[in-house]
Design a binder for this molecule. Structure first.
Ligand code: ATP
Length: 336
């Protein structure tokens, strides 16, 4: 009998329970044994219990070290701090890894996108330190540390080496933010020198966005500070079919939280329309992390084959199909 893994489960808000439920069904269909330790976080939990991120959720993450998480909603311009940001900062999940790949059968402008976004997850403008200096003037602090910048650069280069990748490109705005982005860049350059087998490039972020949209095949690993990484993730998602098909993981030294790039999608929540593929792909990343590679490969082969066939009833609406979340998941489970 295979080992039983213990994984903390946070279903989240909006489409979270729908897509996480679909991914759980698929993982369970592979026969991998997981004891799901369900914990709460997010806006819905806040509305019922007055707490957005209970300490019991953080404790479970510290204890079990692996979590599978749905998106959590954050009010715009007011209210509580983002749960995602709090989890990443409190647990020091400093590296967000987001593989963005073209999938055969999903029509997009490009067929050859194969990039991995490595985003610094704990610093930058996400420090959340903002104040009103005088009425009508607000200051928001961008925090960049040598330790944090070096740590994420090392992560990106090691990731490149262990995965047989060739190139790391840093995106920055050190021409304007000479000190903060300048420090990020200095650290990346220093780390690059210690990894001569990996090609190293730099691009100013605005030009970099244009270059990525113009020819994504030039890029391999994209290394970015927090806010640029957030924006670049959605930009790259659009190159391969949208947010419904981009998975993600957040890594610390010991902990890992697997979650899609997309948010809670309130416009389609509760309607059974969400594409669960991003959550399923995040589940595949988690299975690999748990050394359940054969199960991960089975799921991957199943969705690649199904999407390549291109039947509208076997894909969700965001990628040109007619299926709902459940119909898509049922079809995928049959393929296993
Ligand atoms: P957040 O700020 O919480 O990251 P967001 O503002 O990026 O959220 P999302 O919730 O990710 O927004 O949604 C952006 C758009 O993408 C919405 O129109 C939403 O319906 C769509 N979308 C996001 N995820 C999915 C999905 N899994 N399936 C289908 N459509 C999705």
């Amino acid at each position: 009998m295979s080992t039983q893994h213990e994984v903390v489960l946070i279903k989240g808000d909006g489409i979270g329970p729908e897509v996480i439920g679909a991914a759980q069904r698929l993982i369970e269909a592979t026969g991998v044994r997981i004891a799901w330790i369900e914990r709460q976080a997010g806006l819905e939990h806040f509305e019922k219990h007055g707490e957005v991120l209970p300490e019991s959720t953080l404790d479970a993450l510290r204890q079990h070290t692996v979590a599978f998480k749905g998106p959590t909603a954050t009010p715009i311009g007011k209210g509580h701090r983002s749960v995602n940001v709090q989890i990443r900062q409190k647990l020091n999940l400093f590296a967000a890894v987001r593989p963005v790949r073209s999938i055969a059968g999903i029509p997009t402008r490009y067929e050859n996108v194969e990039v991995v976004i490595v985003r610094e997850n704990t610093e930058g403008l996400y420090s959340g330190i903002e104040h009103e200096v005088v009425p009508g003037v607000v200051e928001s602090l961008k925090i960049v540390t040598e330790a944090g910048s070096t740590r994420i650069a090392e992560f990106a280069f090691k990731y490149a080496e262990t995965r047989g990748r060739k190139r790391v490109t840093v995106f920055h705005k050190a021409n304007i933010m000479k000190m903060s982005d300048g420090l990020f860049l200095d650290c990346a350059r220093r780390v690059a020198k210690q990894h001569p087998s990996i090609e190293y490039n730099e691009l100013i972020i605005d030009n970099g966005c244009m270059q990525v949209v113009r020819d994504p095949s030039r890029f391999d690993i994209l290394l970015l500070e927090n806010l640029y990484g957030d924006i670049m993730s959605d930009l790259c998602a659009a190159l391969v079919g949208g947010l419904g098909v981009v998975p993600g993981a957040n890594f610390g030294d010991r902990l890992a939280v697997f979650e899609s790039v997309h948010g809670s999608a309130p416009d389609i929540a509760g309607k059974g329309l969400a594409n669960p593929l991003a959550a399923i792909m995040s589940g595949v990343m988690m299975l690999n992390h748990l050394n359940e590679t054969p199960a991960a490969d089975r799921i991957k082969r199943a969705y690649n084959a199904m999407l390549a066939e291109g039947k509208p009833e076997e894909r969700t609406r965001d990628i040109g199909g007619t299926a709902g979340t459940a119909q898509f998941t049922d079809a995928l489970i049959k393929r296993l």
